[in-house]
Design a protein around this ligand. Structure first.
Ligand SMILES: Cc1cc2nc3c(=O)[nH]c(=O)nc-3n(C[C@H](O)[C@H](O)[C@H](O)COP(=O)(O)OP(=O)(O)OC[C@H]3O[C@@H](n4cnc5c(N)ncnc54)[C@H](O)[C@@H]3O)c2cc1C
Length: 487
């Protein structure tokens, strides 16, 4: 069937909000269901002088998929599994397939996606474009490390097949390239073999930052996944205290009923608490507590609960371990009208303890502690625009309100300088505040120049643009009051 090129009419206008809802804008949204339909949106952009931002599941916290007053090409109807080999664990799928659809498809055959994000609502295209990581970053690397091949539709209309050996420059640049070089039309991925639907999990409390990081380092040779939660309100000798969860795959033969635990139904997360209160309404109860005082109390209670159950071991489904945040749908609404931003920074292992102590200390000094901090261990990646390094990341959630917006923007600028001083890096998927000079400092001029040259080849008319691209790679500079995603 031949598709007509769509029209740029007002019925395509929609409000497009960043995942954190701290920014939103009006765009023409198109949801093609075929590769031809995707190509037609490019024809339309060319005819109307518009630019296009690609959007997957819309889970980037900031403006990575926004294109104010331009076109947003939503890929969530491109959801076909194109090939699956249960013997090798190699799958080929369209870009709008989510991590949730992926694990549901492969688990029954004894496979699990090698890299999963903290929500299962992300798409394969979005994960490749940001080169996402999981709770096993130091061991398994990033999404791109398990991508064998992809087809990329360039804005010129050409489709390029890319792998480590074919069009390799494009392979290493489009992964992590934030959807600015072309559209992933299909991705071929290697899954990880698992022998049970369960993980063995161990939870421990640690009294300060140095102990937290030392614990991650100590278990990195044995654990399959490690994730830390840090109480950003604790000060003095308790600065950086928190809880760590380590998880281990069950070796073959140790799960007495693998055919049952590997079933999709065994992974289901209950959608009520105590069988009564729907989890989707829990955010309403959390909302009055989403302020400095409330979160100080929540963080303190969480820490002492961790101390109380220190050393607790249990078995948990993959889904329950990985997608904790999906347990409470709509939890971001508890942040109120202004939403939230996340600020995730990566520090080398040599400077991480001092660096994170300094960052938490500065946030506390400014009266802007973050409400949720998540610590992970990573290794470097080979991709052109990369956040990954041999060290640790801390993802920090900040509430945005009219009164705090400017202060958070100023704080982010201060923290940027500190992160650069500690040799750190940043992550576009979580970004709302980065300035061009900071991006240039951590990515380096040669990498940016190489990326721009590839963009010129793949997208000579500069059709693919996002608000993030203009903010971070635009030649203009931005004042502090414009930062934190202008609404
Ligand atoms: C609750 C929560 C937890 C998270 N946990 C993690 C985590 O543990 N680890 C992690 O790394 N990230 C995490 N993230 C961030 C998230 O994984 C990334 O932002 C990811 O890119 C989102 O995927 P998406 O499908 O929603 O893509 P979107 O957010 O819609 O888009 C992301 C980027 O991909 C581009 N893009 C989308 N589709 C295509 C395509 N077909 N071709 C080319 N480019 C495309 C877009 O232009 C954009 O630049 C989390 C986010 C949330 C909300």
């Amino acid at each position: 069937m031949t598709h007509q090129a769509p029209l740029l009419t007002a019925d395509h206008l929609e409000q497009v909000a960043a995942w954190g809802e701290a920014s939103r804008s009006l765009s023409y949204v198109f949801r093609p269901s075929t590769a031809e339909g995707v190509a037609n949106v490019f024809t339309l952009a060319r005819q109307t002088g518009q630019t296009i931002a690609l959007r997957g599941g819309g889970n980037s916290y900031g403006d990575a998929f926004s294109n104010a007053e331009g076109i947003v090409l939503d890929t969530t109807r491109l959801t076909r599994i194109l090939a699956w080999n249960p013997d090798t664990g190699i799958i080929r799928a369209e870009p709008g397939v989510t991590i949730e659809q992926l694990w549901q498809y492969v688990l029954g055959d004894g496979w699990w996606p090698p890299i999963v994000t903290g929500t299962a609502k992300t798409t394969l295209g979005g994960c490749a474009a940001m080169n996402t990581h999981g709770k096993n970053g130091w061991r398994k690397g990033t999404f791109g490390d398990h991508t064998l091949e992809f087809e990329l539709l360039l804005p010129t209309g050409e489709v390029k097949t890319c792998s480590r050996t074919t069009n390799s420059d494009l392979f290493y640049a489009a992964i992590g390239g934030a959807g600015l070089l072309g559209v992933f039309l299909s991705l071929t991925l290697q899954m990880t073999r698992v022998y049970s639907g369960l993980l063995e999990v161990e939870a421990v409390a640690r009294p300060h930052m140095a102990a937290m990081l030392a614990d991650l380092a100590e278990h990195q040779d044995t654990a399959d996944y490690i994730v830390g939660w840090v109480d950003a309100f604790a000060g003095g000798s308790s600065l950086g205290r928190g809880e760590i969860h380590r998880a281990y795959y069950l070796p073959e033969g140790t799960d007495p009923a693998p055919t049952q635990t590997l079933r999709r139904a065994s992974q289901a997360i209950p959608d009520t608490i105590f069988g009564l209160v729907p989890k989707s309404s829990m955010w309403m109860f959390a909302r009055p507590l989403t302020n400095n005082l409330g979160f100080r109390a929540i963080n303190m209670a969480k820490y002492w609960a961790a101390v109380w159950r220190n050393g607790h071991r249990y078995r948990q489904s993959h889904v329950a371990f990985h997608f904790l945040l999906d347990y409470m749908p709509n939890w971001k609404r508890s942040y109120g009208r202004g939403g939230l931003i996340q600020y995730q920074v990566f520090l080398p292992k040599e400077t991480a303890v001092e660096g994170y102590k300094a960052i938490f200390g500065r946030c506390q000094q400014r009266g802007l502690p973050n409400y949720l901090s998540v610590l992970k261990r990573h290794r470097p990646a080979d991709f052109l625009l990369s956040y990954a390094l041999d060290g640790y990341s801390m993802a920090m959630d900040f509430k945005i309100s009219d009164g705090r917006r400017g202060k958070i923007a100023a704080l982010a600028q201060e923290l940027d300088e500190m992160v650069l001083g500690f040799g750190g890096r940043f992550y576009f998927a979580k970004d709302s505040t980065l300035r061009p000079e900071v991006a240039q400092a951590y990515l380096g001029e040669p990498a940016i120049a190489q990326f721009r040259a590839l963009k010129q080849q793949c997208d000579p008319d500069n059709l693919l643009q996002t608000d993030l691209w203009r903010r971070v790679f635009g030649s203009f500079s931005i004042s502090a009051s414009q930062l934190v995603a202008v609404s």
